[in-house]
Design a protein around this ligand. Structure first.
Ligand SMILES: Cc1cc2nc3c(=O)[nH]c(=O)nc-3n(C[C@H](O)[C@H](O)[C@H](O)COP(=O)(O)O)c2cc1C
Ligand code: SF4
Ligand code: SF4
Length: 279
């Protein structure tokens, strides 16, 4: 049993790259995909640190991470920390995680954010919030320095974890006050109950490779006569299908341009797909 366990979720590889780098630098660490755990889950008393690594969605914690948190139990208290990756506008996502954990009587000991590359032109946001020149934001000259910086940040995070530092929680607590925080709490309540629909659109030129089906983190993509279709509404909004299609024919409502797709350069669709099976 490893002393350090890192649970991760990643749609386009940013969080996975951080989790892998962290595991290497921490040592004696096991990387476990949240997607591979679908029932109640006990964390052994031999574990000393538990990390959650995931992307920020809509200034909050992804549903898949919230569900995981509701299923875990601890044999004994340990140092629980989180690293949230984001595209530059994290908002009060850390306060959201803090609240989600508190509601489950789990004490968060440290929280870190790492700015990476936004993996979507629109999230689940309405049309007026979309950036239609999104492809310019993910040009190589912008991507590489940001990703290099993200790796550098991990070293200092590792030092915090190794010294069991808790000072980042004071920073979170300072943000958990005032009218702005009250507004955020109301928004989280609404978004917690809402089920936004993400409508993907298949353009011309699909080569029937099946990558979208394999990479889909909820398995809602099926192939029929070599072409994908999106079954039902269960979606993690991970944008893996949109970003990993090798011929960029998957669009999303309001964004059907072929330009502008992103995944972490060191992470392939196979790594994202493997989250569903690895344990
Ligand atoms: C549905 C959705 C919502 C997002 N919301 C935010 C957000 O509120 N703030 C932000 O800075 N980035 C946001 N992002 C960008 C991701 O947090 C960022 O690209 C992250 O590093 C992706 O991680 P991954 O590659 O591990 O999936 C969002 C991405 C998606 C797909
Ligand atoms: S449909 Fe696309 S965005 Fe939704 S879970 Fe599957 S891969 Fe992710
Ligand atoms: S990943 Fe793209 S090309 Fe491959 S089957 Fe899906 S839509 Fe078609």
């Amino acid at each position: 049993m490893s002393k350090n366990i890192i649970y991760y979720f990643s749609g386009t590889g940013n969080s996975l790259s951080i989790a892998m780098e962290l595991a290497e630098k921490l040592g004696e660490a096991a990387l476990i995909p949240v997607l591979s755990i679908d029932s109640d889950y006990m964390i052994s008393s031999e574990v000393e640190t538990v990390g959650l690594v995931y992307p920020i969605y809509m200034n909050a914690t992804p549903q898949i991470i919230q569900e995981f948190i509701s299923r875990i139990k601890f044999e004994k208290n340990c140092y629980v920390y989180a690293i949230a990756t984001h595209g530059g506008i994290p908002g009060k996502a850390g306060c959201h995680l803090h609240k989600v954990l508190k509601d489950e009587n789990i004490s968060l000991k440290a929280y870190f954010e790492i700015c990476m590359i936004n993996n979507t032109p629109k999230g689940v946001a309405p049309k007026f919030l979309m950036n239609l020149d999104w492809e310019k934001e993910i040009a190589e000259d912008k991507v590489i320095p940001i990703l290099q910086q993200s790796i550098e940040e991990i070293q200092s995070i590792v030092s915090f974890i190794q010294s069991r530092d808790t000072s980042s929680i004071e920073v979170l607590q300072a943000k958990e006050k005032g009218f702005q925080y009250w507004i955020m709490k109301q928004l989280w309540k609404v978004s917690g109950h809402s089920k936004p629909k993400l409508q993907f659109l298949l353009g011309d030129g699909c080569i029937g490779c099946g990558i979208c089906e394999k990479v889909c983190t909820t398995n809602r993509i099926k192939l029929s006569a070599g072409k994908p279709y999106w079954e039902g509404e269960k979606c993690h909004y991970c944008y893996a299908c949109f970003n990993f299609c090798p011929v960029q024919v998957i669009g999303v409502k309001y964004y059907t341009k072929k330009l502008g797709r992103y995944h972490h350069p060191d992470v392939g669709w196979e790594d994202v797909a493997a989250q569903k099976h690895l344990q």
